[in-house]
Design a protein around this ligand. Structure first.
Ligand code: ADP
Length: 466
């Protein structure tokens, strides 16, 4: 593997998690093994000490029953039975000088420890020490104790067997730790890779998208873990961005498409002005027409931008405590003269005070657009009613008219940008009012739905979260 690839792996989260797991697991095993080793060593030593104390009690009783003279003979039998290299017995006087001893050929150089002897003389029943045996690899456990008046016993016991046992334990210990290290690394790597596999999916999708595969989404398996939640949030974010980009593209397409007609008209007007020698009045009319077409264009462009901004969430920050009754009341005041002029009965049913958190300008746009449509598409003698229902959350604004209505095919399309039903082409408008109203309602956690019966009237219901 190249140096670059090695460095890359070292930087991965999976590598670091594996390293942590392997280290923690190996160190824990090491500590556990060490504690176990110490306990076993102590148990073995305890066992040896108990055996030595038992030997001492036996020797004391032999000395008591058979006398000092039989010590060498009696103890030599015992030492031969155990092996003269494994155990020795030595009877000492208070000065520490040997009175009698078993075969000491394997225990050359072993003297008496005057301090241990002093402690026994001081009253301690037994004193233990572990010493290295000269000219031998193993160690020995020595016990000193008093046997009768003015007589002391020294017993030595080889720790060779114990050392061999602990040596075997140590030999098992090192390869076991190595196996544990390898296994913990493998298990750690497996667990980390498994846990982070979902992240790879998110990264891969992000990379694919950056290379142009905008439709790609992270696969979700409904496991509900944290990475799955990240994937769901990531997909939701992508959907939202996709919708925004799509909306922007549609706006651009729509603008390009719908601006062609007015621009062609303006161009035609100007060309006609150029070609024909026109009178002063005719020129003024042409200029006025041009201004009107430009105003229309500006209005259209501004409304489209407003829709896009609302859909993108711009303006959320300017929400305040908005008094809905007042917003509707002001809109009604605005339309009353127009309704009267068209001989349309304008009625309303509004509670005293309804307050929601909203953008006042946006809320005005909703009410004005719905009222404008209702009056525009209702013939003389008809009725337009506005009611506000605040019993529930969301609150509801219902605008009902007895106008021309909308056909079943048109009804789902009226909220699309620039959509106008054929039946309403004679009326002024750009087909943007409802799109804007819907965008504002959605930005207020609400919606707009419409029901209609052609020839009998329409009802638009706006919901707005408090
Ligand atoms: P416009 O400026 O054309 O009114 P809108 O987006 O407000 O644009 O409405 C889209 C279309 O929906 C209108 O052109 C009209 O055909 C239809 N429409 C909207 N409101 C009503 C209504 N109250 N009665 C009948 N048709 C309506």
């Amino acid at each position: 593997m190249s140096l670059k690839a090695t460095l890359k792996i070292r930087r991965t989260l999976a590598f670091r998690l594996t390293l942590w797991y392997a280290t923690v697991f190996t160190v824990s095993s090491l500590v556990a093994f060490s504690i176990f080793y110490i306990i076993i060593s102590n148990v073995i030593q305890e066992h040896t000490d108990q055996a030595l104390l038992k030997e001492m009690a036996e020797v004391a009783s032999i000395l008591k029953s058979k006398g000092e003279g039989s010590f060498k003979a009696e103890m030599s039998i015992e030492a031969e039975a155990e092996g003269v290299g494994n155990i020795f017995f030595r009877l000492l006087d208070p000065a520490g000088s040997e009175i009698a001893a078993t075969n000491m050929s394997s225990w050359k150089g072993i003297g008496t420890d005057s301090r241990a002897l002093e402690r026994v003389k001081g009253g301690e029943p037994s004193v233990f020490e572990t010493i290295s045996v000269p000219e031998r690899m193993d160690k020995a456990r020595i016990v000193y104790g008093a046997v009768g008046t003015g007589r002391f016993l020294q017993i030595g016991f080889s720790l060779e067997d114990d050392a061999r046992f602990l040596e075997t334990f140590r030999k098992v210990f090192v390869p076991s730790i190595m196996i544990i290290m390898v296994f913990s690394t493998l298990i750690g790597w497996f667990m980390a890779s498994h846990a982070l596999a979902g992240l790879k999916g998110v990264t891969k999708t992000a990379l694919d998208i950056s290379e142009g595969a905008f439709e790609k989404r992270v696969q979700v398996h409904a496991k509900g873990d944290e990475i799955e939640q990240l994937a769901v949030a990531f997909n939701r974010m992508l959907d939202r961005i996709h919708d925004l980009v799509k909306g922007l593209r549609e706006v651009t397409d729509d603008i390009a498409h719908d601006l062609r007609t007015p621009i062609a008209r303006i161009r035609g007007l100007a060309e006609a002005e150029l070609n024909a020698g026109k009178s002063g009045d005719e020129s003024k009319k042409l200029a006025a027409d041009t201004v009107e077409e430009c105003d229309n264009l500006l209005h259209m462009i501004n409304t489209m931008l407003e829709i896009s901004e609302t859909e993108a969430g711009i303006g959320q920050a300017s929400k305040v405590q908005a008094e809905l009754t007042q917003v509707i009341g002001e809109a009604l005041d605005l339309f009353r003269p127009i309704a009267e002029e068209k001989n349309i009965h304008l009625v309303s049913q509004l509670p005293d005070r309804v307050i929601i958190r909203g953008n006042i300008h946006g809320l005005q746009r909703i009410v004005v657009n719905l009222l404008d449509n209702a009056i525009k598409y209702t013939p003389a003698g008809g009725t337009v009613s506005v009611s506000l229902r605040d019993e529930n959350d969301p609150v509801e604004i219902v605008v009902h008219d007895t106008g021309i209505g909308i056909s079943e095919e048109d009804l789902p399309l009226v909220f699309n940008r620039l959509y106008r039903c054929d039946s309403s082409r004679s009326q002024p408008g750009f087909g943007l009012g409802l799109s804007l109203a819907l965008a504002v309602a959605r930005a207020h956690g609400g919606n707009i739905t419409a029901t209609s019966q052609p020839g009998r009237g329409s009802t638009f219901t706006v919901t707005l979260a408090r």
